[in-house]
Design a protein around this ligand. Structure first.
Ligand SMILES: *Cc1c(COP(=O)(O)O)cnc(C)c1O
Length: 244
């Protein structure tokens, strides 16, 4: 919310923007011959507070993404204090250190950002001790950019067998971050992610149905290339962001 904005005004912005985003999602699905029900819209709430999340809930959003364990826990607790938000979904989408795993267990519906076999093993151990199951995605560095974390495609090919055997862990698919400001490169990353998933699914006999890719600048391309979860931050929450 801007300093001079009332919650009502911001709520109106959120609802109008959401309708525009849903239009774009529908159009991208139509271009790709996909059913729009296949695409989950995750509102990335990392730059806003619990009050804005509650307004986004009122505007119709049901699933939220956070990139810090502490903040995820805080947002989940704030949502639980509101009876109408009892079924709000929160996903963990950011870098996770092993000493923060406990904040995420039981709070995140899906962990998108399992970026190494070591981290997957550590989560599995904590999940076993706590008696919970963890649904997760393997974060894959498809573009090969050095600045990006995650498994390389070859590492995923090598590790997927042992990942599937980890106790209390349910591998649902893959996640990637595309290079910024380059639509062609972004498209190549998304299609590469889908092709890698198809290859792993054929090899392991698991469907691995979830592809988490596409952010504010490139979600329409991601949907054309098969994304099932788009992670949108600025375009959902920032009136200054120009939706194209
Ligand atoms: C911040 C963030 C997003 C959302 O990015 P926008 O460009 O604001 O839509 C998506 N995924 C991850 C992992 C993020 O950290």
């Amino acid at each position: 919310m801007q300093v001079d904005e009332t919650p009502e005004q911001y709520g109106e912005f959120l609802a109008e923007r959401r309708a525009e985003i849903l239009d774009r999602i529908r159009e991208a699905c139509r271009r790709a011959g996909r059913d729009e029900g296949e695409v989950c819209l995750l509102a990335v709430s990392k730059t806003v507070g619990p009050e804005e999340v509650a307004l986004a809930w009122e505007a119709g959003y049901r699933a939220f993404g956070e990139n810090r364990p502490q903040e995820l826990k805080r947002k989940v607790e704030a949502a639980k204090a509101r009876p109408e938000m009892a079924h709000a979904r929160f996903d963990m989408i950011g870098n996770l250190q092993t000493n923060k795993i406990n904040m995420v267990l039981g709070n995140a519906e899906l962990v998108h950002s399992v970026s190494s076999a070591h981290l997957a093993q550590a989560i599995s151990k904590r999940a076993e001790a706590k008696g919970v199951r963890v649904r997760y995605l393997v974060e894959t560095n498809v573009s090969g950019e050095e600045s990006k974390s995650g498994f390389s495609p070859d590492e995923v090919r090598r590790e997927v067998g042992s990942l599937l055997e980890l106790p209390n862990m349910e591998l649902l698919g893959l996640m990637t971050m595309a290079p910024a400001n380059d639509p062609d490169e972004a498209r190549r990353s998304f299609s590469g992610l889908r092709e890698l998933r198809d290859e792993l699914a054929a090899e392991t006999g698991r469907a691995l149905p979830v592809l988490s890719c596409g952010m504010s600048d490139d979600f329409q391309i991601a949907i054309e290339e098969g994304s099932t979860i788009v992670r949108l931050g600025r375009t959902v929450f920032s009136p200054d962001y120009q939706l194209r």
